[in-house]
Design a binder for this molecule. Structure first.
Ligand code: AMP
Ligand code: GLY
Length: 425
């Protein structure tokens, strides 16, 4: 029996758990802290994802064979280094490698040094200098980003000098993001459509996964504020086979070589957030050092290769022996969120419709918890309804059939997940 500890509590971690449960090997799963869905797959342990010492003690005491890190915070804090010092097996990049997501300036510098396509940028710690740059540059929109981790809220797309100055002031003077905003980068606005491609790497080879597309805005037709992601589908025709090859050759391979040349061992997932312009040019919007959410909920169900075998090959640096096999189906995920999200929302609402069973459809839990025998809401993104079918349209229909049978007070969701695909066909 292989004992696995999965760190995190979102839809991503539930989806990783489901994929690991399907492994040919027998597994016992632990989630820290997990949600009401992961509790049905394994045991939830009440330790937070950033309580590195608590997680370390649990992994030792419980003889965990491998720990898998879902979110970025513990990776950027150096959980992998801490576990490895104690000779524990853990899946994810170490602290040095995790700077790729932990510092936008570091990532931009690496991309620039190794000719990985990305928007031009300047870094600032000084408020006046940043303001002067905005004034002299005088091009809008312009993008202002806090250097460090800001839970997805550190990016402002400013459409005027006033908005840009406000964003700079909030970061550098008002310390809105605390230490994460001591430095900012100001970068050119990229126009186009976004896609996400994840890759597995063992530091020697890098294997890209299928391309997915997230739906970041809260409202139908990509309206309203950005969220963590309101739905996704995979594969996306936005990324043509030629572009996919180009991403491998001009982004993933050079990135791996960059890490090798810098003497940094990168093992785990690389997440390439791509902008694809109307003319087919590809640029990196950001790299992340973990699986994305909700995209993971649609990528992993299409992966036919045993996920645990892949994780083990990464650990032993034998990923070259593996070739990824994929289903030819399409998968779609509709996120059900709490009314008010991405701003303030209420929690603790009982959820109904969770026990329905439909073939090729899974209800993935994100912000849910057990409360006196009921499952209630406990976050902004509450559930992901994931369906797969031979055609994307059928997967979309199936996912919405299940969605309409789920309810909780003030439940919201987008009704157009996956429709963008038609624009690219
Ligand atoms: P990030 O946290 O860097 O991924 O940024 C969050 C979101 O802001 C991205 O997914 C994009 O939608 C948008 N964004 C970030 N940088 C740019 C850019 N240079 N041009 C256009 N949109 C951007
Ligand atoms: N889906 C966006 C993210 O995981 O960062």
């Amino acid at each position: 029996m292989t004992k696995l500890l999965i760190i995190g509590s979102g839809g991503r971690e539930h989806a990783i758990g489901i994929a690991l449960k399907q492994s040919n090997k027998n597994t016992t799963l632990y989630f820290a802290p997990g949600n009401a869905g992961t509790a049905l797959l394994g045991s939830n342990i009440a330790i937070n994802a950033t309580d590195i010492n608590g997680l370390l003690s649990f992994a030792k005491e419980s003889n965990i064979d491998m720990t898998i890190v879902g979110p970025e915070d513990p990776l950027v804090m150096g959980i992998v280094d801490t576990f490895q010092k104690e000779n524990l097996t853990i899946f994810g990049p170490n602290k040095l490698a995790a700077q790729l997501e932990g510092s936008k300036k570091w990532a931009k510098q690496l991309m620039k040094n190794y000719n990985i396509p990305t928007a031009n940028y300047h870094a600032f710690t000084d408020y006046e200098k940043a303001k002067d740059y905005i004034k002299a540059n005088n091009q809008y929109p312009i993008v202002i980003k806090a250097d460090g981790l800001a839970a997805g809220k550190g990016v402002t797309i400013a459409t005027s000098q006033n908005e840009a100055n406000n964003a700079i002031e909030e970061c550098l003077l008002n310390k809105k993001f605390n230490d994460a905003g001591t430095e900012i980068i100001i970068e050119d606005f990229l126009e186009g459509d976004e896609a996400s491609i994840f890759a597995f790497t063992d530091s020697k080879v890098i294997l890209p996964m299928l391309a997915a597309q997230d739906h970041k805005a809260i409202g139908d037709g990509d309206t309203g504020p950005n969220t963590g992601g309101m739905g996704a589908y995979c594969p996306t025709p936005l990324v043509t086979p030629e572009m996919y090859k180009k991403v491998t050759e001009t982004i993933f391979e050079p990135l791996l070589q960059a890490f090798q040349k810098e003497g940094i061992t990168y093992k785990g997932i690389v997440y390439a957030g791509l902008m694809i312009t109307k003319t087919g040019d590809i640029s990196i919007v950001e790299f992340n050092v973990r699986f994305g959410d909700p995209e993971t909920q649609v990528v992993l169900p299409l992966l036919k290769t045993d996920l645990l075998t892949i994780f083990e090959a990464i650990e032993t640096e034998t990923l070259a022996n593996i070739s990824l096999e994929w289903s030819t189906e399409s998968a779609v995920c509709v996120v059900l969120a709490s009314g008010g999200y991405p701003n303030a929302y209420q929690k603790g609402k009982p959820i109904s419709g969770l026990t329905q069973k439909k073939e090729n459809t899974a209800i993935i839990h994100a912000g849910t918890k057990q409360d006196n025998g009921n499952i209630v809401t406990s976050g902004g993104r509450v559930l992901g309804v994931v369906s797969k079918a031979s055609q994307l349209d059928s997967a979309i229909t199936q996912a919405y059939e299940t969605t309409t049978n789920i309810s909780f007070e003030n439940m919201i969701y987008r009704t157009d997940i996956g429709q963008k695909a038609k624009r690219y066909q």
